[in-house]
Write a protein that binds this ligand. Structure first.
Ligand code: ZN
Length: 125
């Protein structure tokens, strides 16, 4: 039985692919210049493992203009829209009651994002 190690690799490959995409976005935004930091927003429902994303960044960034850059991962919370009173609200994972009217029919409208939020470039380019 050697399938356990294999599935680990497949899972980290998933984050590697995602991180590669985010890194390309960051490098494109920097127009080929050096990048010293990037911020990424990750929702808890995105299926992305934050630790694996961090690991993927450390694996991918050396040799690129983002080598040595700081990766900041901003974890969001699920957000909902209440169909009864139209309130938009965020709750911890596992709770979804509307804080305004107590309704439980909230529709998920966020929490599954994975996106580049911002990059930092050195002052003296
Ligand atoms: Zn409501």
């Amino acid at each position: 039985m050697d399938s356990d190690g294999k599935s680990d690799i497949v899972e980290s490959m998933h984050e590697l692919g995602l991180m590669n995409h985010l890194l390309q976005d960051a490098l494109a935004a920097a127009r080929g210049g050096p990048v010293c930091g990037l911020s990424v927003r990750v929702g808890p429902l995105s299926g992305v493992v934050v630790e694996a994303l961090q690991f993927a960044f450390e694996a991918l960034s050396p040799g690129s203009p983002a080598a040595g850059a700081t990766l900041t991962i901003l974890e969001t919370r699920p957000s909902f829209r209440c169909p009864d009173c139209q309130t938009r609200y965020e709750t911890p994972l596992g709770a979804y009651q509307c804080p305004a009217c107590g309704g439980t029919a909230g529709e998920l409208c966020g929490g599954n994002e994975l996106e580049l939020v911002s990059i930092e470039v050195p002052d003296h380019v």
